[in-house]
Structure formats: C-alpha cells, structure tokens
Design a binder for this molecule. Structure first.
Ligand SMILES: Nc1ncnc2c1ncn2[C@@H]1O[C@H](COP(=O)(O)OP(=O)(O)O)[C@@H](O)[C@H]1O
Ligand SMILES: [Mg+2]
Length: 338
C-alpha cells in the first residue's frame, strides 16, 4: 500500500510524501499498523521534516533530516546529523531521563522515531507570550550543565561524537566566520574565537540549545534537535542559549529576560565541576558576543528582530563586547534592552 498522509488539527492542508522505506521501518519496529499512516507536520523546522504520527501505540514523532536547510542563504548539511541527534538524545537520557525524549527506532535515511510529548509548549512560545519563568530558566542551565558534567573528558563520548566537520559547517562558519569575512575590523577577534572554539575538546555539546528546541514539561526542560552535537567546548551551549534570551530581551524590552539569562548562567555555573568556572564563563562571554552579532549580521538572523533600532542595540553592544569581552554572568547582567 502506498504511504498516505494528511494534515490534521492545524486546519492546514498539505501534501506530504513519506518514503516507503520509512513506513516499512515504522512497521518493522512495531510502530505502525497495516492501515494508512496519518501524518501531521510539526511546525518550526528549517533543517528537517518533522511529523507527528498517530500509531496504535500512541502518538510518536518522526524526524528526517533534509540535505539542504530551508533558510534564505544556501546551506547544505550532511544527513548523518540525524544519527548524531539520536546518539545525543540517548546519551542525555542516560544522564537524566527527563531531559530528552525517548528514541523509539532508527529509520532509513538517518530518520528516527521518538515518543511524542503531549501538552508541552515550546519554551520560545512561552517567552514570546511574556511567560518568563526564572525557575525554569535555571532548570535549563542545570540540564545543560548535567550533560556537560557527565561527559567531560570522557573518551567514549569523544569517540562517539567526532562531528567537528559538521559543527564547523553548521556553527563555526555560518555564525562566527561569515561575520568575520564581512567585518574587517572584528575579523581578527572573531577568527581567533572560531579557532579557539573549534580546537577545544572538553565535553558533549548539544549545539542548538535554543528556546525553540526546548519543550516545557511539568518535570523539567526537554531538549530537542541535537543535530549539531559534537564533542567540543561546553561554553558554546551556554552562550548559544543565553544569546537567545538576550535577543528576546531587546525585542520585548522585558527585564525578566535579563533575569532569566542570569538565572540560567547561575544554575549552569553551579554545575561546572570539570574545569575552572571563571575560565568557562569568560569563554562563554566571548562566544555570546560573537553569536549576538551573528544574529543581526550573519547567515541566520533572528527572525523577530525586524526593527532597525533593535538590531542597532544588539549590534552596538555585541561589537563593544567582542572588542572588550566580559564573562557571561556580567554580560547578562549588564545587557541593555534599549
Ligand atoms: N518528541 C516531541 N514531542 C513533541 N513535540 C515535538 C517532539 N519533537 C519535536 N517536536 C516539535 O517539533 C518541532 C520541530 O522539532 P525539531 O526537533 O526542533 O526539528 P527541526 O530540526 O526541524 O527544528 C519542535 O519545536 C516541537 O514543537
Ligand atoms: Mg528545532
């Protein structure tokens, strides 16, 4: 029977084709009956097809990486990142089963099936709606630090995530070096930052800890979307997530987002046991400055910062911070929204 699909619940109509081998894979794993498979595209993704699938065992999510990301600039990415994501999700659940969804099956084409988490809003949507929960922000910091602490200096993890090339292509080049190429004044500092980031092999990095990749469950944050996972510099995850909170602080003018960033950093700091905390916080401050600039001048601009004045506020502070770095805790506290 050919795979069939239809959009449900959202009122959108869509025309989705799922490879027969994905359907076979779901059936082989006991995750689908013999009838039609009903797919509902989940919103948000630029790098993957993500569907909710109703099965006899309850709803699941099927995620399949795309060879080319859906962003304005051409951006190719190896589909093997689907397998890296599966590895990260499993490893994170080994650290704390609350912080990642359970992987149910690996499917052809580096696709996979995971358990659907019902009733869990995306943290970005909560923040954009003005629901800023500082305790939750602290839990995000704790969760990131827990994975870093469990994997720091671990040779098995180092060997399981040899994704330097992918991390360079998806993170170092488009965020730090792309801006360096367009800004001769800051190029030396940004290039040095990129080299430092690429050279550090300390712990298992998620690589995309953004509020849009965190679900708010009753127990804890649930981290999704670990396609960029690499054994690298843990400061990157801290910087990446803090950057998003600081950009949203400018967008909303809401001081609670500075407080959320500070709470996240503070909780993360308490979990640093594998290296000197001050060293890590300074590296994270430098990375945050570079990432803030990248989100207004880089290949992947923050979609909600459409206001020129908002972009100027971010750009001016980011440039000053690249020239005169601050540790990420001071940076979050001193960050101006206007
Ligand atoms: N296990 C899950 N349970 C519930 N919702 C999920 C799950 N996995 C993904 N989603 C939803 O799908 C969206 C896209 O998933 P994500 O893994 O971030 O893919 P992409 O790489 O396309 O961004 C998420 O923002 C979330 O809303
Ligand atoms: Mg995502």
């Amino acid at each position: 029977m050919p795979p069939t699909s239809s959009a449900h619940g959202s009122g959108r109509s869509c025309d989705v084709t799922v490879d027969a081998d994905i359907v076979d894979g779901l059936r082989g794993a006991g995750l689908a009956g013999e009838g039609d498979i009903v797919l509902e595209p989940l919103t948000g993704g630029v790098s993957c097809d993500v569907w909710k699938v109703e099965t006899p065992l309850g709803p699941i999510v099927v995620k399949r990486p795309l060879p080319q990301l859906r962003v304005a600039a051409e951006w190719l990415a190896p589909v093997e990142r689907g397998t890296s994501e599966v590895r990260w999700l499993r490893r994170a659940r080994g650290v704390d089963p609350h912080i990642a969804p359970e992987v149910l099956a690996e499917l052809p084409g580096h696709a996979f099936a995971m358990r659907f988490l019902p009733g869990c809003p995306v943290w970005k949507d909560e923040l954009m709606a003005g629901r800023v929960d500082l305790a939750f922000a602290a839990q995000v910091g704790q969760g990131i630090a827990a994975v870093h602490a469990a994997t720091a200096h671990n040779d098995r993890d180092r060997a399981a995530f040899p994704n330097d090339e992918m991390f360079r292509a998806l993170r170092v080049d488009p965020f730090l070096l792309y801006v360096a190429q367009h800004d001769s004044e800051l190029a030396p500092a940004l290039t040095a930052l990129a080299d430092d980031l690429a050279s550090r092999k300390i712990a298992l990095v998620h690589g995309d800890v953004s509020p849009k990749n965190i679900l708010v469950s009753a127990d804890s944050p649930v981290f999704l979307d670990a396609e960029c996972a690499v054994f690298g510099d843990p400061a990157f995850d801290l910087a990446f997530c803090t950057t998003h909170l600081l950009l949203k602080a400018v967008w909303s003018g809401d001081a609670r987002l500075n407080a959320a960033a500070a709470a996240l950093v503070d909780a993360y700091r308490s979990g640093i046991g594998w290296e000197d905390a001050d060293d890590l916080l300074l590296r994270a401050g430098k990375l945050t400055a570079g990432l803030l600039l990248a989100r207004v001048e880089g290949k992947s601009p923050a979609p909600y910062l459409t206001d020129r004045e908002h972009r100027r506020i971010v750009r001016d502070q980011a440039r000053a911070l690249i020239a005169a770095p601050q540790p990420i805790d001071a940076l979050a506290t001193n960050w101006k929204r206007t």
